[in-house]
Design a protein around this ligand. Sequence first.
Ligand code: SF4
Length: 677
Amino acid sequence: RTEKPSSEVKTVCPYCGAGCEIHLGVRGGRVVSARGVRESPVNRGNLCVKGRFGLKFVNSPERLKKPLMKVDGRFVEVEWDEAIKFIAERLSEYGGSEFAAVASAKCTNEENYLLQKFTRAVMGSGNIDHCARLCHAPSVAGLKMSLGSGAMTNSIDELRDAACILAVGTNATETHPITGYRVLEAVRGGSRLLVIDPRITRLSEAADIHLRNRPGTDLYLIMAMSRFIIEEELQDTDFIGSRTDGFDEFREELFKLDLDEVQEITGVPLEDIRRAARIYASNSPASIIYSMGVTQHVNGTGNVLALSNLALLTGNIGMPSAGINPLRGQNNVQGSCDMGALPDLLPGYQGLDDPEALEKFSRAWDSEIPDYGKILPEIFEDAAGGRIKAMYIMGENPLLSEPDIGKVREAFEKLELLIVQDIFLTETSELADVVLPAASFAEKDGTFTNTERRVQLIRKAIDPPGDAKPDWWIISRIAEAMGSGEFSYETSEEIFDEIRGLVPSYAGLSYDRLESGGIQWPCRSQEDEGTPYLHADEFPKPGGRASFIVPGYQLPEGPSDEYPMILLTGRNLYQYHTRSMTARVRGLERFLGTEELLMNPEDAESLGVLDGDEVRVTSVRGSITVGVRVTERVMKGTVFMTFHFAESPANSLTSPVRDPVSGMPGLKATPVNIKPC
Ligand code: SF4
């Protein structure tokens, strides 16, 4: 039932990284409707089903309304004063590497900035990380090495004018719907579409060529595309000569490729790879989009480097509608990286090895800046080993989202102090010593930065329920209670003003300017209108040139006699992340309220299972039961499920083995066996 709103507030969808602008309808202090902002350059009035019908989780009676403290194993409600005093006293017992914080891609830029500042300046710890480690850490690492910046190079809207789109490992119509629709719109307008994906998706069905490769083999396939481009002399020699380094070494490496081996490993006929290479190189501007099918592998950074090499080889970078575009998953994952919620980078990607940056932040925060901290998987390993004793988690639910969650639970149970702030009592917060009730996106001001680097205002539409407070308010009050004089913020705008004074790419932004619409960073001055596409003149690297970098080859663990199938994990249109929000929206639950294991008909037949049958899925790390849906959309020998559902937690099966460069676990390819129940 849709109620008519009494008023509307312009804000931003809290779900995926597209960052669609919405008119949020409210009545009687509740969210009652949402409609797309017609003038928005991101969504042009459109919303997907989650943005349109999925925001009433805000009104849920299950929202946290009071701070909770665990007494004799049970939560009791307390007042803010008592909770803050307790936290301040307990946190004072720890410092440096004994403390870690997990920031959140669902929280605002201001809140992520504050949590990393609190971790570094108050707790003296470099242990700050967040879920980007599980989605685009290889993009941040790989694109920074190659191009000097880990961000999406172009804008979503530019896809409409791309002559060719290469979509790799992305089910964008479900996970990034507005971007996916923009790709389909481009195809209707005449763009060529190439898809690399083991699964059949809406994008692959619309493609000129679907290169349906075996999971984890993208690197071989993309390197072969580059080789064919050179063989057919389709590379952009002028661009390579004037704007890049390292081409000769890269070329040499390409000609070492054993193409028969490429066909064998990928399962894709060489002639199809050659045809795709020809189309990509002959239709400029060509834009690459990709998601976690590329990054969530033990060679995630290698995959990203291979894609970047492909764009450089053809000169498809530094101009509109081209480039290399990692589609960020959660609404503010770009912003939480920008804000330095990473253990190896300060806000604005300023290096911990840069004396000027250290001096600047040290002066601004009146504090020493601690050295490099631990990445998320190491944080859990250190907690399990007793080296990290206290943890602060803001708006994340690692007990479902991390790989090998059995080990994550053990780590939490070993902690002496776990503080979680969230809007619902999640699986992770159930284990906490203190749970702090946070305001949702609809109940606070702040900024989100979407996947295309567009910084946008979110605006308070209603009051938070009970005593819930914005995350920035909570962190500030705890820091003050611990004696810091650097957290006396009373508005999120004060925090943003501090950020723009410290982060050059945000220097030209202000709440006043953003009031009339989002602006894409870098935006370095009041006169700067922002940057729709990057690298027009030079790359932000020494000498201003991009680098061809030869990626190392590594394949994921393959099937074995004991575990003969490969499990792929991912997301679907109707749910979001660990379902803390979407599970509270009845309409979305009706579309897809339980997990389904997608299985190829040949595998189903050989296992003797039918649609709807329950099966037991077992990996070396755990075992779950789940219902089967038989479909050609997954290839023989592979199965697919999401990580959304606590009742069948896919991440109790997945591997924590990591990409050595970025620390990304290889979530996308886990050997499993499957038995009918
Ligand atoms: Fe929200 Fe993403 Fe859907 Fe847009 S595409 S409405 S940002 S979930």
